[in-house]
Design a protein around this ligand. Sequence first.
Ligand SMILES: Nc1ncnc2c1ncn2[C@@H]1O[C@H](COP(=O)(O)OP(=O)(O)OP(=O)(O)O)[C@@H](O)[C@H]1O
Ligand SMILES: [Mg+2]
Length: 286
Amino acid sequence: MIEFKNISKSFQYNFWDKKFKALDNVSFNINEGELVGFLGANGAGKTTLIKILMEFSRQDSGDVIFSRTMGNTPEKIKSSIGYLPEKAYLYQHLTGKEFLEYTGALYGIPKNELKELIAKWTDRMAIGYAIDRRIHGYSKGMQQRLGFISSLIHRPKVLILDEPLSGLDPLGRRDFKNILKELNNEGITIFFSSHIVPDVEEICNKVIFIEKGKLIYEGSIDELVIKNSNDLYSVKYLSGEKIETIQVNEADKREVLTEMLKNGLNIVEIEKEKPRLEEIIYKIKS
Ligand SMILES: Nc1ncnc2c1ncn2[C@@H]1O[C@H](COP(=O)(O)OP(=O)(O)OP(=O)(O)O)[C@@H](O)[C@H]1O
Ligand SMILES: [Mg+2]
């Protein structure tokens, strides 16, 4: 759906300084229907790449290629994308409602329909109570919620979100993740950046991981986990009133379990050990 092909971008701070490579020959695809997590530490180049995708910034070399399914003119492609920037630029003097009416009108959503959409989403994002207040009085998380609504209100085919979960409280993160999953199930392709691995692991089926401007990994999370898993099982059993855990490998599993049962031990759980994405990423890096 969106193909990044050999994207490089450098910044130069003073003309006598060496150029700093923010993106170094990055290539990967976002395919239709995917929910893709874009991982990387602070300064890895995530926002730089997203800005290139949105054409707010120009790459030094390489191409961003949009599929025909997104539209056959640059305007149609643009309007099939919903975008939430890292720092939302919301018009502070407007009320939340006015702001959404304004963005909705830009997308050409008919008035009646827009009214319903605004009511539905502000309610869903739990800012309905503040919709007639001016934005400058909104908290950081409230602004994030409003920005998120404005990125999806026109039902884009693709959502590009730069750190949508930052600035949210735990409940808000839960809400956002549920909504992302829901929208994805309804067919919207989603690409969002984050540096929080467990959030990405929880909801995404694919990850892109960059470090210092270079692509380190592109692919399915399951594949990565399977490839990096060992053949250890953890067996939990009741010992008095406490639950103890022992680890056994595939080869010894049958024998150990038989022995435990023979000795009357109460086994409560057997689980194949799965490394967490976080651990794998640290391993790939080192
Ligand atoms: N307009 C700019 N001018 C100069 N340097 C820039 C500019 N934009 C980005 N950079 C540099 O490029 C690198 C990547 O920055 P970028 O904002 O893409 O990181 P990021 O992965 O989004 O980080 P974060 O998680 O903190 O948002 C950084 O070293 C940054 O200083
Ligand atoms: Mg960023």
